[in-house]
Design a protein around this ligand. Structure first.
Ligand SMILES: [Zn+2]
Length: 96
């Protein structure tokens, strides 16, 4: 993984973490938003730890490299598309 790219992603992740944490504080009554935002924060924190370990861009489920375009769009992406879809399917199933 390109070091400059990772450095850039690190800054984006930190900015997002600050923004989402602030949002939760500003809107503590919206449970739905909180749930969604906490999930995003969790992912961003995992991605940040991956950067520190030098494992940024690897899917936490299958270990494959995550598409760079996906990382550009979602700096806190911790799963490849395939695993992300599986994860979302499971989440829907548990909810219903
Ligand atoms: Zn995967």
């Amino acid at each position: 993984m390109d070091r400059q790219f990772v450095e850039k992603q690190k800054k984006r992740i930190l900015r997002r973490l600050t923004r989402y944490k602030r949002k939760i504080q500003e809107d503590p009554d919206s449970l739905y938003a909180q749930h969604k935002e906490k999930r995003i924060i969790t992912n961003l924190e995992i991605a940040f730890k991956q950067i520190q370990k030098g494992e940024y861009g690897l899917c936490i489920d299958c270990g494959d490299e995550i598409d760079i375009k996906r990382l550009e769009q979602v700096p806190g992406a911790i799963r490849c598309l395939e695993c992300q879809e599986n994860e979302e399917k499971n989440a829907t199933r548990t909810r219903s």
